[in-house]
Design a protein around this ligand. Structure first.
Ligand SMILES: Cc1ncc(COP(=O)(O)O)c(C=O)c1O
Length: 335
């Protein structure tokens, strides 16, 4: 890596190496470790026209003994297989993908930042069959790449409470594809999110199609009170976050009553008045919400700052990820 700017925006710095494998004639090739750089891709490639592409994102943490620990690798591989299946792309072989990730981490070990930094891993899978007439035909060729990006302290500037627009008009994406980590879903959320930033000065949009609280453009949504956690129950319409799952397990361990169910905007606003709201995801882990903007009104969440329950749960998860607390659930894979 040429430069290591500690305050570089998340994902903007890549390691010098990447892992790559190709699917052709019904089988995956062995993978190669290559210099990170442009790939040759046919302009008729399926992914460029028909959106046959998906990805994953997870982190690995360095330890003072030189080892690196990957957080919930199996879950992320399983979610990528599900994304591929639902997009009718060749499923990545889990053994191959695990090996690509571990080998790449081993080769770039020196670039894994110390805590609270991490190495963010980004596997991406895309259909490469060159056929512009294949709108209703799956790609029989694909490329699987694993990129790695050193990321530094997400909250270096302090934990600033987020300002969120509650949108009960737009959908983040097609309801049957919410579970899929595919670029089209992010493209679909981009317009409403940029418009909300311009009009309301918010950080993110909380999509609540039909008035049911769902998730934001790139994170799950959680409500907290002392001893109580409420979040939407899983369905096909939104992404089953690995951070969400981990926080729910830890909350249960810590004695919280964990409720997963559908709830609507008025109940959320009422809960948030004396409670806490937070966004969960790999990048930020758990980020507190200070203000919800709905129907032209500003609703302060609790006292408007990042609340104590949010901080407590976040710290509990970060402690496991960074090796300061025991890994009781077997979430870490050593490299
Ligand atoms: C749409 C969406 N929801 C939720 C999440 C959180 O998922 P995870 O906790 O697995 O990172 C992400 C981020 O990866 C996301 O893009």
């Amino acid at each position: 890596m040429s430069a290591k700017p500690q305050n570089a925006p998340f994902g903007s710095v890549l390691t010098d190496l990447m892992a790559i494998a190709r699917y052709r004639d019904g089988a995956w090739s062995d993978f190669e470790i290559l210099p990170t750089g442009p790939l040759e891709i046919h302009p008729a490639a399926h992914a460029l026209h028909y959106g046959s592409a998906c990805f994953e994102g997870f982190k690995a943490y360095s330890r003072p003994d030189g080892s690196v620990q990957i957080f919930r690798l199996d879950r992320h591989i399983a979610r990528m297989q599900q994304s591929a299946r639902l997009l009718v792309l060749p499923e990545p072989d889990p053994v191959l993908l695990e090996s690509m990730v571990k080998t790449l981490i081993d080769r770039v070990r020196a670039d894994v930042p110390a805590a609270p930094g991490a190495l963010y891993l980004r596997p991406a899978l895309f259909g490469t069959m060159p056929n512009i007439g294949a709108a209703a035909m799956p790609s029989n060729e694909a490329c699987l790449v694993v990129l790695a990006s050193p990321v530094w302290d997400y909250f270096a500037g302090g934990m600033k409470p987020l300002r969120i627009l509650v949108d009960d008009q737009n959908m983040r994406c097609a309801p049957h594809l919410g579970v899929v980590k595919t670029g089209g879903n992010y493209a679909a959320a981009m317009g409403p999110t940029l418009a909300a930033r311009r009009s309301f000065g918010v950080d993110q949009v909380l999509f609540c199609p039909g008035g049911e609280v769902q998730e934001t453009g790139a994170a799950n949504f959680i409500l907290l009170r002392p001893g109580q956690l409420l979040t939407r129950s899983l369905d096909s319409s939104f992404l089953p976050g690995v951070t969400r799952d981990s926080l729910l397990v830890l909350a249960q361990d810590m004695g919280y009553a964990v409720e997963e169910r559908v709830f609507r905007v008025p109940e959320m606003l009422e809960f948030a008045r004396n409670g806490e709201a937070a966004l969960s995801g790999t990048a930020a882990v758990l980020a507190g919400v200070g203000t919800l903007v709905h129907d032209g009104h500003e609703h302060r969440v609790g006292d408007g700052d990042v609340g104590p329950e949010t901080r407590k749960l976040r710290s509990a998860l970060v402690a496991i990820q960074q090796g300061e607390a025991p890994d009781r659930h077997g979430w870490l894979t050593r490299v």
